[in-house]
Design a protein around this ligand. Structure first.
Ligand code: OOG
Ligand code: NI
Length: 460
């Protein structure tokens, strides 16, 4: 329970997400163009598909979809990461999942800060994919020491922001006034700084080691590098982007288009080239880009394993080239291989491939007072219980690697020893990450228990 004298963390998160979106729109105008394209397409989809619109209203998603987005940042040190964790906690965002990107040639490991629990997710599902640079993977020892020194010397949080985080932790929340202050101060951490911390020569050395290292180490803060609206038809947006002057990456990451969408499909457009002042000398850097995503159903470990297997099989047959020259072949293969993944909700439910949220139907509600016996399948067949897919709230490492690569430049895929290290990551974070499967399982279990209680007359 949130103390009524404090602003609700969900409200602080919604305000912060809106403020971030406003800031990013001003910094990266193409993001504004993308937002309006996404909102046009979403409206068209909802107008054309009243069943989808009805289902989204029923599950409380209609209200959230136009406000929905994720962002991404990259930090340099354990101290930065653990303070970011405390900052996000003020707005009800907690670390979920561990993603190792070394396997894909990107020297970071990551988590997603996001709200937990159906209520908070319905109110505002804003998430931030947060990566920690793996300095230990820089081979050049001098450069590593130099990078570490730069990171130690920078301050990515305002003093006032740190005071407010601490106050929130001590008081158990922030008053309305403090919350407004906090949103402004927290935003500073994510702002773009055109004045680099380094001169051009050092930037170049960092860049040569890996573009991502230059992006993290050369600047005053972990600028938000993209902000991603959620679309209901990613293929339509992908197709229409060029009409609005935006050129997307070659293929959509993730599963193919399906009747029953699963997990997450994403596409992005290239980073902007931005003018940077390197200790008085002009130069440029590319870091920030745009992305859109379509979210489908969260999968169980069994469903996820099937997804992983089919994606691997697809990529063993065709590796999508960055220039798009084999995009059609890749998509055809993806469709062919994924034919093995059931594409109707009954099969997905009976084979326990995906998570569902249960609710009592209007039909049962209208017969109030009646007691309904039977197991969930019987109750569903009788039309008293319904099961809607739970939306996937997390990320996919192979897709994330594709997104990283598309905006880092295609030469950036570098070989690193795959070295997942969740223990080290959690030490840096100062807390364990939560298991995403458990969170979906909890939502499924509690929704079913609630429904059975109502239907069996224990609670009316
Ligand atoms: C993060 C890339 C991953 C996603 O949506 O998978 C990501 C980054 O480039 O920092 O945002
Ligand atoms: Ni993203």
């Amino acid at each position: 329970m949130t103390d009524p004298k404090f602003a609700h963390p969900d409200t602080i998160r919604a305000r912060f997400s809106a403020a971030m979106s406003y800031m990013y729109r001003n910094e990266v105008p193409a993001y504004g163009t993308l937002m309006s394209l996404v909102s046009d397409v979403n409206q068209r989809v909802l107008d054309a598909d009243p069943i989808l619109a009805g289902n989204m209203r029923w599950t409380g998603q209609l209200a959230r979809v136009s406000e929905e987005r994720h962002g991404a940042i990259r930090v340099g040190t354990a101290e930065e990461l653990s303070t970011i964790r405390r900052l996000f906690a003020v707005m009800g965002m907690h670390p979920v999942g561990y993603y190792d990107l070394t396997e894909a040639g990107v020297p970071v490991h990551s988590t997603a800060f996001r709200p937990i629990g159906e209520e908070a997710l319905r109110r505002n599902p804003f998430r931030v994919f947060t990566s920690l640079l793996r300095l230990d993977l820089i081979a050049d020892e001098d450069l590593r020491a130099e990078a570490a020194r730069l990171l130690e010397s920078r301050k990515i949080f305002t003093d006032r922001c740190l005071v407010l985080i601490e106050r929130s932790e001590k008081q158990g929340g922030l008053t309305e006034e403090e919350a407004a202050d906090f949103v402004n101060e927290a935003l500073e951490t994510f702002r773009w700084h055109a004045d680099a911390l380094v001169d051009r020569a050092l930037y170049q050395r960092l860049h040569d080691a890996h573009r991502l290292i230059a992006d993290v180490v050369s600047f005053r803060g972990p600028h938000i590098n993209h902000l991603t609206p959620r679309t209901l038809d990613i293929d339509a947006v992908q197709k229409m982007m060029p009409e609005r002057g935006i050129s997307p990456k070659a293929v959509i990451e993730g599963p193919p288009r399906r009747k029953c969408p699963i997990l997450l499909r994403q596409t992005s457009f290239k980073a902007l080239e931005e003018a940077v002042n390197f200790a008085g000398e002009q130069g440029h850097h590319t870091a920030r880009f745009g992305e859109i995503e379509a979210r489908g159903q969260a999968l169980t470990p069994k469903g996820k394993a099937l997804y992983d297997r089919l994606l691997t099989e697809t990529r063993n047959r065709v590796q999508p080239r960055a220039d798009g020259s084999n995009a059609a072949e890749y998509v055809a293969t993806l469709n062919e291989v994924f034919a093995a993944f059931p594409d109707d909700l009954d099969s997905i439910r009976s084979q326990q491939l995906g998570y569902f949220e249960y609710s009592v139907t209007e039909k049962a509600q209208n017969l109030s007072g009646k007691v309904f016996a039977g197991d969930p399948d019987t109750l569903m067949a009788a039309g008293y219980l319904r099961a809607d897919p739970i939306v996937y709230e997390d990320f996919l490492p192979v897709s994330a690697a594709g997104i990283f690569q598309s905006n880092l430049g295609d030469e950036a895929g570098q070989e690193f020893e795959a070295s997942p290290n969740q223990t080290r990551f959690q030490e840096a974070l100062g807390a364990p990450v939560q298991d995403e499967f458990q969170l979906y399982q909890d939502i499924q279990d509690s929704s079913l228990a609630r429904c059975l209680k109502v239907l069996q007359g224990h609670e009316r």
